[in-house]
Design a protein around this ligand. Structure first.
Ligand code: CA
Ligand code: CA
Ligand code: CA
Length: 175
């Protein structure tokens, strides 16, 4: 109808869900974002500067206060623009790289992006995933709408501005 008010275009919102079995821990992230952009094709270290998702696991749940240690993981996934190439990356532990950065698939419809990311037990330093295991956990969604990252969403503080696993939430693998 001419002149009818249009719903506002959402700048950034996100939902995260987790599922697991013995072999894999999978995360589904639904992101609503008005402009998709990630131009960091040259160096995956900088995928976080563009639209992307990242997860942190304080694997031994010791709440390190100022850094990741060798058992901890920071991992992520992005869809590059304009060619829709998928990238996964592991920022921690160092040396960083694509190795051990899981698998990612992404679909989108209009401004909504559906990421599905899976990590093997080995990629999170486990012989197998078992009920009752507790990780420190944070999830983050980065937003570039045309001029580099201008905002992000975090499940908790402790990831976007310095690494502080003590601030993460507990993620328990429920039976
Ligand atoms: Ca946005
Ligand atoms: Ca730790
Ligand atoms: Ca964006």
């Amino acid at each position: 109808m001419a002149g009818a008010p249009q719903p506002p275009v959402v700048d950034l919102s996100a939902y995260v869900a987790v599922q697991w079995n013995t072999d894999a821990l999978c995360l589904a992230v639904m992101v609503t974002d008005d402009v998709h952009r990630n131009v960091e094709s040259a160096d995956s270290t900088y995928l976080w500067r563009g639209d992307s998702i990242q997860f942190a696991f304080d694997v031994d749940h010791d709440g390190d206060d100022a850094a990741y240690f060798t058992e901890d993981r920071e991992l992520g996934c992005a869809v590059l623009s304009p060619d829709s190439q998928l990238r996964t990356y592991r920022w921690a532990p160092t040396p960083a790289g694509a190795t051990g950065s899981g698998t990612c698939s992404v679909q989108n419809a209009d401004n909504t992006w559906y990421y599905e990311v899976c990590y093997t037990a080995a990629e999170l330093g486990q012989p197998a995933f078992t009920a009752g295991t507790v990780f420190g956990f944070c999830a983050m969604v980065n937003d570039d709408d045309g001029a580099g990252r201008d905002q992000w969403l975090e499940l908790t503080p402790g990831m976007g501005t310095g690494k502080q696993p003590s601030l993460f939430r507990a993620l328990e693998l429920a039976p």
